[in-house]
Every structure is written in C-alpha cells, then in structure tokens.
Design a protein around this ligand. Structure first.
Ligand code: CP
Ligand code: NVA
Length: 339
C-alpha cells in the first residue's frame, strides 16, 4: 500500500467495509469511523503526522481501558494478518497474534529470510490476494518497503534496521500513563543510535517532547533521520541533543531509556561493542543524575549487567514491563486503525 494520502480507491473500499459499527453504546465505536490510517502502511514514525501518532495512543489507551468491551472482537472480525519474521521475537510475535485474536481475527506466523525461496514482491502479491494485512520484522528496511510497494493491504513494520514504530507507540503510551502527560517531558536515551532510537527521536520531535541521546562516537543515529528530527524539532519546539556524555544526556530527564548494545544481526561485533559501550550503562549512579522521579525504560530483551543493571530493571523506577504490556494495546490500536 502506498502511504501517499488516504483517498486512494483501494483504501476507500477497505474503509467502507469497516464502517458498520455494532449497535449500542461503546466507548470504542469511534474507532470504526476513524479513517485517517485505514488502509495505510505503518512503515515508520517518519511517515506519520503528530495527529496520527496521538490517535494511535488514544485508541491504544481506550482499548486498554475497555479490555472487556465486546466491541473489541468486531474490529478484526474475519480478518487475517500475516506475521513475517526474519529475526527472533517474543513481544512482537505474541502481542500481534494475541492482539488479532482479541480483535476477533487471526494471525499466521511465517519465519525465515524473505527473498530466498521467492522474491519479496512475489510474497507480497500472494499475501495480498488472501489476507488483510502483513506485519514484517526484517533485517533490511528495504524489504518492508518492497512488501508495501507490492501489496495493497497494509504493511506494518515490526522492526527493521531503520525503525521500530510499534515499540515507540507502546513507549509513548507508557510515558503518558506514568507521567500523566507528554508535553514538556524529556526522554534521554543512553546507548546505541539504533532502530529503536530512530523511532523514539522522531516521535519526540513530532509531538514536541525533548529528547537527548548519549552514545559512543561512531554509534550515532542514522544521519538522514537525525537531520529530519532536528528539522521537525525546529517547528515543534523540541529540544534535541546528541552527546557522548551520559551524565549530560540524563540531566533533567523524566525518563532514561536504553536498549541492547548489540542488535539482532550485529552478533559478530559483540566483543568490540561491549568495549566501545563501556561507561554507557544505565545504573543507579546514572539514574541519580536524572530527575528524582525519572522512570527507567527498556524495549527488551535486556542484557542484564551490560546496558542496564538488575537493580534498575527490577527497581521502583522501572516501567519496563509496563512497556512490554503496552505493546499489546498499541499493536491492537495499529491493527484496528489500519486493517
Ligand atoms: N521489544 C521487542 O520488539 O521485543 P521482541 O524482539 O521480543 O519482539
Ligand atoms: N535494537 C534491538 C531492538 C530489539 C527489540 C534490535 O534491533 O535487535
């Protein structure tokens, strides 16, 4: 599906199928009529507007708060999502599958490198004939783009080397719940300028939140997305900072976030990375330099004793398992709004 505008004929056709809300009062009925993202791909935070990001958060929160509202099972009734995984997963796989079930639909899990047995476009063209959506976790971001270019059904990025948008939705929902607001908050990231960071910094800039990253030299976020983030921030008033000093990054931070130093696919660099990231651990000493009520965040899986210590991950400041829980609600929002 192409992301250029929601007025495309195929989008309208999909939307009209989804417009018949069940009779009766439900706080969730508005979701049937929400057409901003209907039929759209979720490639990255890069392609979404502030209003669209906030809509996903609102829907996620409503789905969470109305967990037992029977309306939920109508959103994906009769729909099927393909879940393509080139890399391992716990959270993304389980929450997308459970999410589809809770919304009344089904998910099919497919594992393996795409493009080997048949081309990525051919995979997309097949799935497009049978199903209602594709979620893909890939090594190359280009694979997600190829799927999207060759399928009319929505394609959702479940993590590529460039972005992890579904993680960012869960993280900002968690921030909002923990702090009661997003406005004026500062999120500090300590570690590798990777896919997770790319989504977080774009999200922060688009909604006008402040963001800092401390990484070792050579591990900065990808240049084009960093420049885009700075450009967006000029318009929204976000203060965006890149430093090589973790203490500077966490100063006045409301949330301190970290992720693995060795992302999936980088395993051969483990020894070098562990050396390079020395001093970039989120531990009690660093947390003490953030705001007193700062929360500790991690997308998981965690490498305890490396990027984060046990006392922080399991401690009072941690919202790590709230983030994990919110993957379910955020993903359900994405599914309910796009498929
Ligand atoms: N955070 C996250 O995406 O977890 P999984 O790799 O287990 O899906
Ligand atoms: N940056 C990590 C995130 C895992 C959810 C990776 O890509 O492996």
């Amino acid at each position: 599906m192409n992301n250029e505008g929601v007025g495309a004929a195929s989008v309208s056709a999909q939307s009209s199928q989804r417009m018949s809300a069940p009779q009766g009062r439900s706080a969730l009925n508005y979701i049937f009529a929400a057409d901003q993202l209907r039929g759209r791909d979720i490639i990255g935070i890069e392609q979404l507007t502030k209003e669209e990001l906030l809509l996903v958060l609102q829907v996620a929160l409503d789905l969470k708060q109305n967990k037992f509202d029977g309306t939920q099972t109508q959103f994906s009734k009769g729909q099927t999502l393909a879940m393509l995984f080139e890399k391992p997963s716990l959270r993304t796989r389980v929450t997308f599958e459970a999410g589809m079930t809770q919304l009344g639909g089904n998910a099919i899990y497919l594992e393996g490198q795409l493009g080997l047995r048949e081309s990525v476009p051919d995979v997309a063209k097949n799935l497009d004939r049978w199903l209602d959506g594709i979620m893909a976790r890939t090594f190359d971001h280009d694979t997600v783009l190829q799927l999207a270019a060759n399928a009319n059904i929505p394609v959702i990025n479940g993590l590529s080397d460039r972005e992890h948008p579904c993680q960012a939705f869960a993280d900002f929902l968690t921030l909002q719940e923990s702090k009661g607001k997003l406005d004026g908050l500062k999120l500090a990231f300590i570690g590798d300028g990777n896919n997770v960071v790319n989504s977080l910094m774009l999200f922060a800039a688009k909604i006008g939140m402040h963001f800092s990253i401390a990484c070792p030299p050579g591990y900065e976020p990808v240049k084009d997305l960093w420049e885009l983030t700075l450009e967006i921030a000029k318009g929204t008033g976000s203060k965006i900072v890149l430093t090589h000093d973790p203490v500077e990054a966490v100063k006045d931070a409301d949330a301190v976030y970290t992720d693995t130093w060795v992302s999936m696919g980088q395993e051969s660099e483990t020894e070098k990375r562990v050396k390079d990231f020395n001093g970039f651990q989120v531990n009690a000493e660093l947390m003490a330099k953030a705001k007193q009520d700062a929360i500790a965040m991690h997308c998981l899986p965690a490498h305890r004793g490396y990027e984060i210590t046990d006392d922080i991950l399991d401690g009072k400041q941690s919202v790590v398992f709230d983030q994990a829980e919110n993957r379910l609600h955020a993903q359900k929002a994405v599914i309910a709004l796009t498929l």
